[in-house]
Design a protein around this ligand. Structure first.
Ligand code: ADP
Ligand code: MG
Length: 265
């Protein structure tokens, strides 16, 4: 092959990569060709390295897109959870959840407990693991879910919205019970829970209310029982009975302030 032929070939190859939208491979083509020549790589090794870069960049881009879609309100990781501070959280159980076997089994996860004990942290941390493994996750508070379903109802898009909440591999429903829910809201939540349950898609729910008081959240015992029935048929319940992590910090600051005041006088 003459130098001109080789140059034309190279340009055509770049054109192919661009046409196929293999942007990263196109960017790195020249560098990889040079490295392949210098290291006398085989054709297979050259192609493997070049396409490997493309795969890595696509994987990264898709991961970022899934994270945007999930729209977690804060950045929380299971790795940052201090299990020693919260002994009522079974570390082995959380580690078992992190293997994501629960997704295949369609098992729901319920984090229960008073404010500040790490329910949202654990739910989002688990969500991150699911996103990292390549699955779709959607985060919502219970109140936002109900409001969105109501808007969809008014706009004639109820079924579509129901499908939207049913589709992701994991739906995180945070903060059930902080705000009371009217009958219509409770019905919307029931529909979402029921659909996901039927589809074998997991829900990760957090609540500050014990199951016995779910009737009060919904102002309707029957729908509370129906929602609980769907969730508890196949669920891991993590009941956190500890102290608030935030209060721990507040308390320490208070004590330090108090000590400071004492030494001054
Ligand atoms: P909840 O949802 O139960 O009200 P959060 O998950 O929002 O509580 O926790 C409150 C704050 O304390 C968050 O910033 C969270 O990251 C942190 N936190 C709670 N428990 C722990 C823990 N055991 N280890 C590390 N951080 C924690
Ligand atoms: Mg919370």
């Amino acid at each position: 092959m003459t130098g001109t032929d080789a140059a034309a070939s190279y340009q055509t190859l770049r054109g192919h990569l661009a046409y196929l939208k293999l942007t990263r491979a196109e960017e790195l083509l020249a560098a990889h060709l040079e490295a392949a020549r210098a290291q006398q790589l085989s054709h297979v090794a050259f192609l493997e390295a070049l396409l490997g870069e493309e795969v890595a960049s696509t994987r990264e881009r898709r991961h970022r897109a899934r994270l945007r879609f999930a729209h977690f309100p804060v950045e929380k990781r299971l790795a940052d959870f201090d299990f020693d501070f919260q002994p009522s959280v079974d570390r082995a159980l959380v580690e078992e959840l992190a293997t994501l076997a629960f997704l295949d089994a369609g098992t729901h996860t319920l984090f229960m407990g008073p404010p500040g004990v790490g329910k949202t942290h654990l739910a989002i941390g688990l969500g991150h693991e699911v996103v990292a493994a390549g699955y779709r996750v959607y985060y919502t508070t219970a109140a936002d879910l109900v409001a969105a379903m109501h808007t969809a109802f008014l706009e004639g898009a109820w079924t579509q919205k129901l499908r939207f909440y049913t589709a992701p591999s994991l739906l995180v429903v945070d903060e059930l019970g902080y705000l009371p829910m009217d009958r219509r809201g409770a019905h919307a939540l029931f529909q979402v829970v029921d659909r996901r349950n039927q589809a074998g898609n997991s829900i990760c729910l957090t609540t500050n209310r014990s199951f016995a008081s779910w009737g009060e959240i919904f102002e309707d015992d029957a729908v509370a029982a129906a929602i609980l029935d769907r969730l508890l048929g196949n669920a891991v319940v993590i009941n956190i009975r500890g102290e608030s992590y935030r209060m721990r910090t507040h308390r320490r600051l208070l004590e330090e302030t108090r000590k400071g005041v004492i030494t001054k006088t």
